[in-house]
Write a protein that binds this ligand. Structure first.
Ligand SMILES: Cc1ccc(Cc2cc(O)c(O)c(C(=O)NC/C=C/[C@H]3O[C@@H](n4cnc5c(N)ncnc54)[C@H](O)[C@@H]3O)c2)cc1
Ligand SMILES: [Mg+2]
Length: 214
């Protein structure tokens, strides 16, 4: 049967990227998406904004919602100190299998825990299952109608602390109007918008950075 796009993306990583070199994995995926097949990775332009937010924050405990092929997982994990931990949730078994291999090719498996399952099932289990008190940084890039319910769930589960940073992809395209309205109007968040473009295109998109105020 015909291969899937994530399988072809992994093949391109194996062909063009050097094992243990996260930057070459990122470049191989960006090249594949620009010149072969578009895929819904955050991409190089928004990815640079993600890099600057992570580098400035230096988080120890990171949560990513929606791994897909692991592109943003690699972007974030490559910037973390060895003792830091990134937990990434992905409920599609096919995507999870590809992402594991992309993360391993980048040599970052020691910092990344890919959990195969739904965010709504695993967020309530972070404390007892992973011994996580609170997260320092959360990257939201899964189904857009889950951003708001999962943010409220993280609040209710006490996983956010004063200063926790939420960074949300695609706040313009596809768009997350309910989430934006919430973080921009809630007294519990200080929110700001980073204007950019939808990955590998000229369409407008952007990231919303929201600091939880406790
Ligand atoms: C109109 C239009 C359409 C598409 C685009 C282009 C475009 C550009 C983008 O950057 C995008 O992020 C997206 C987008 O739809 N992303 C959804 C990404 C989901 C991944 O996360 C996984 N997942 C989804 N819900 C959960 C969940 N609860 N628990 C665990 N994993 C979950 C899925 O298994 C996928 O691995 C689309 C632009 C405009
Ligand atoms: Mg996205």
């Amino acid at each position: 049967t015909r291969s899937t796009r994530p399988q072809r993306l992994l093949k391109a990583v194996r062909k063009h990227a050097a094992r243990g070199d996260p930057q070459s994995v990122i470049s191989a995926i960006d090249h594949f998406c620009r010149h072969s097949e578009w895929a819904m990775n955050i991409g190089d332009e928004k990815g640079s904004i993600l890099d600057s937010v992570v580098s400035e924050l230096n988080p120890e405990k990171v949560l990513e919602l929606g791994t897909y092929c692991g592109y943003s997982t690699v972007r974030i994990a490559r910037l973390l100190p060895p003792g830091a931990r990134l937990i990434t949730l992905e409920f599609n078994a096919g995507y999870a299998a590809i992402a594991r291999q992309v993360i391993a090719w980048a040599g970052l498996e020691d910092r990344v825990q890919l959990v195969e399952g739904a965010s709504e099932d695993w967020i309530p289990r972070m404390k007892e299952h992973f011994g996580i008190e609170t997260f320092d940084f959360v990257f939201l890039d899964h189904w857009k109608d889950r951003y708001l319910p999962d943010t409220k769930l993280m609040e209710d589960c006490g996983l956010l602390r004063k200063g926790t940073v939420l960074l949300a992809d695609n706040v313009i395209c596809p768009g997350v109007p309910d989430y934006l309205q919430y973080v921009r109007n809630s007294l519990s968040y200080k929110s700001c918008y980073f204007k950019s473009h939808l990955e590998y295109t000229k369409a407008e998109d952007g990231l919303e950075k929201s600091v939880f105020l406790g």
